[in-house]
Design a binder for this molecule. Structure first.
Ligand SMILES: C[S@@+](CC[C@H](N)C(=O)[O-])C[C@H]1O[C@@H](n2cnc3c(N)ncnc32)[C@H](O)[C@@H]1O
Length: 192
């Protein structure tokens, strides 16, 4: 079974996690505030790589951002289109090599996907290539208690190795996850 098949199987229940579906208003507001605090003002063009069911795409489209989502799971893309296809575009493709126009995005957003790239460094180089001059990179990642993920230091180093700056904001607050957490979750922002 391919990785995309595995994510297809996750799709049906994916939005049940508080941070995935953002169905709780406090959780949704927390993510909205966090992202708006770190994004350039709308209108701006953003690529959401490994967009899943399109929850963040919808959240940001509602705030006036133009979003292009990429995911290699047909079932995730189907759900993203159902949820947000009226305000955002979605393409089924490998986020390691996104079929998006180079140097044309104000933002590249990626939540919980860098860790899954076969070569995070190579993926990051491609993602940065999508950014227009002055464009911003937002990476939400974690070093999860199940052993998966990247440490904050690894992610910061990966970004800095591209020659860009990297600012770390840890996300221990329960409101983002719908429960107390005991692992390391964080946002890395790179402004240039
Ligand atoms: C943990 S989910 C995160 C979804 C979304 N970013 C969010 O935060 O709600 C990981 C997503 O990345 C997608 N994904 C993983 N590897 C990918 C790849 N190589 N290319 C495209 N999508 C990928 C999966 O299909 C899944 O939708």
């Amino acid at each position: 079974m391919s990785d995309a098949d595995l994510w297809d199987r996750e799709a049906e229940t994916f939005d049940e996690a508080a941070d995935h579906g953002l169905s709780d208003p406090a959780c949704r507001d927390a993510w909205r505030s966090l992202l708006l605090d770190h994004l350039p003002p709308a209108p701006a063009r953003a690529a959401d790589l490994g967009c899943g069911t399109g929850t963040l795409a919808l959240l940001l489209a509602e705030e006036g951002y133009a979003i292009d989502g990429v995911d290699f799971s047909p079932e995730m893309v189907r759900r993203a289109r159902d949820k947000a296809g009226h305000v955002a575009t979605f393409v089924e493709a490998d986020a390691a090599e996104p079929p998006l126009a180079a140097a044309s995005y104000d933002v590249v957003l990626c939540r919980h996907v860098l860790w899954a790239m076969p070569s995070p460094a190579a993926a990051l180089e491609r993602w940065i290539g999508l950014l227009a001059p002055g464009g911003r990179l937002l990476l939400v990642e974690g070093n999860w208690s199940n052993g998966a993920g990247l440490t904050a230091e690894q992610t910061v180093d990966l970004v800095r190795e591209t020659g860009r700056d990297a600012e770390l904001r840890r996300l221990p607050e329960q409101v983002y996850w719908g429960r107390a957490i005991d692992d390391d979750r964080y946002l890395v922002t790179s402004r240039g």
